[in-house]
Design a protein around this ligand. Structure first.
Ligand SMILES: Cc1ncc(COP(=O)(O)O)c(C=O)c1O
Length: 407
């Protein structure tokens, strides 16, 4: 199956093996059309006007937001629109942790986190004097559940937040969120659980209502949607009780403003929309959700699992390559990263680029992971719904040239 014909970029670059999907995905025509159509037919500011276009724009925004929330198995008001996963994770830090975490409280993250799930907590710790504690990984790049239990046992009620990546953007590891939630309950830790879903939302069916977590962050641009829009899913009870508060303030989110105070909008969805939202991008993301749904998330997961297995199998035949992350295909999803013996990752990527193979090289915003494993940089090939085994064949063929150039 190939969906490339739905993506205009492959008409511009028909030979391109685009294997940098963990960084961002290409956009289908349906998403471009939805955004263009919004600007051509319905552009006006939302929620403030009574004229026709304002009404059309508000309807487009509201319906799109509803669509995105449903895609993730969440209620409409559990979805806070953000610019991306980074802003969503910062939203947890500013809108929840700032108010609820205090000196000596512990935030648990793993060593495989993206910087977006590390730096906001380091900054919070400077403000609130909380402690950031890292869970170790096993030798094959999985969360070390024994170390996790050990830390649950050591820090006990001090732990107020466990914030974990769902699918690692570097190792490809698919973390067992269900098992982790069960362990937190087993140790009776009364903490909130946040999931960085930037790399799971594009590849897995997410049902927020059944995940047993409090927060889930994602980026639209990694799941075929436009850049500039993402979301934070927040459990309803945290919003109703105002345990989670808005972190951006201004027009749009208010009921009334007086010189000495503001009454905020009682509508949970609107309370978090400060200022003019990026309506066209929300419309585009809803179109991306539609596109993914029409294919079916289960089918997408199967397809990407097959590609990952094929890439693992073919890459492991090249003696100079050391694959990082779990070798058990069941434990990983949608990307394979590796070290090429004796050649810097950027040089490998340059050689591949000459043959129109686009991969990412560097630390992939996971410096603590790279430092702890002694990798200067790694090369990552990552897949999306439109990726094919031919793309991987091109990658392998181009990789074989590296040896002839550098040895
Ligand atoms: C796991 C993970 N979390 C967070 C992010 C940040 O996403 P964004 O740059 O869209 O905010 C990324 C981006 O690569 C990611 O892979």
């Amino acid at each position: 199956m190939s969906y490339k014909q739905d993506f205009p970029i492959f008409k511009t670059y028909p030979q391109l093996a685009y294997l940098d999907n963990s960084a961002t995905t290409q956009k289908p025509q349906a998403v471009l059309d939805a955004m263009n159509n919004y600007y051509a037919t319905s552009c006006a500011n939302v929620h403030r006007g009574v004229h026709l276009l304002s009404d059309l724009s508000t309807t487009a925004f509201d319906q799109s937001k509803e669509k995105i929330a449903t895609f993730f198995g969440a209620k409409n008001h559990e979805l806070i629109i953000t610019r991306n996963a980074t802003e969503a994770l910062n939203g947890i830090a500013y809108g929840w942790a700032s108010y609820n975490l205090h000196a000596e409280d512990v935030i648990l993250v793993s060593l495989m986190e993206h910087h977006a799930n590390i730096v906001p907590w380091q900054e919070l710790s400077k403000r609130n004097h909380t402690k950031l504690v890292f869970i170790n990984l096993t030798a094959d790049g999985q969360i070390d559940l024994a170390d996790f239990e050990n830390k649950l046992n050591t820090f006990k009620e001090k732990i107020k937040l466990v914030s974990l990546i769902h699918v690692s953007n570097t190792l490809g590891t698919l973390n067992p969120i269900g098992e982790i939630v069960t362990l937190i309950k087993k140790y009776k830790i009364n903490c909130r659980i946040a999931i960085d879903g930037a790399q799971s939302a594009p590849h897995l069916k997410i049902n927020f209502s059944k995940m047993g977590v409090d927060f889930y962050a994602f980026s639209g641009h990694k799941m075929l949607g436009p850049m500039g829009v993402g979301g934070l899913l927040v459990k309803e009870e945290l919003l109703q009780s105002e345990e989670m508060k808005p972190w951006l303030f201004g027009g749009g989110m208010i009921e009334s403003v007086y010189q000495d105070q503001t009454i905020f909008n009682s509508d949970l969805s609107e309370r978090f929309v400060a200022g003019t939202p990026d309506v066209a991008s929300v419309v585009g993301l809803a179109a991306a959700c539609d596109y993914l749904e029409k294919i079916g998330m289960d089918k997408i997961e199967d397809h990407e699992r097959q590609l990952t297995n094929y890439a693992l199998q073919e890459l492991s035949k090249i003696p100079e390559i050391k694959i990082i992350g779990p070798l058990d295909p069941e434990k990983r999803l949608s990307s394979v990263a590796f070290v090429y013996d004796g050649v810097h990752a950027h040089d490998v990527a340059q050689v591949l680029n000459q043959d129109e193979v686009a991969v990412r090289s560097g630390h992939h915003c996971t410096m603590p992971l790279h430092l702890s494993c002694g990798w200067v940089a790694t090369v990552r090939a990552s897949f999306s719904v439109y990726s094919t085994t031919e793309d991987i064949d091109k990658l392998i063929l181009a990789l074989k040239k590296v040896k002839t150039i550098f040895k």
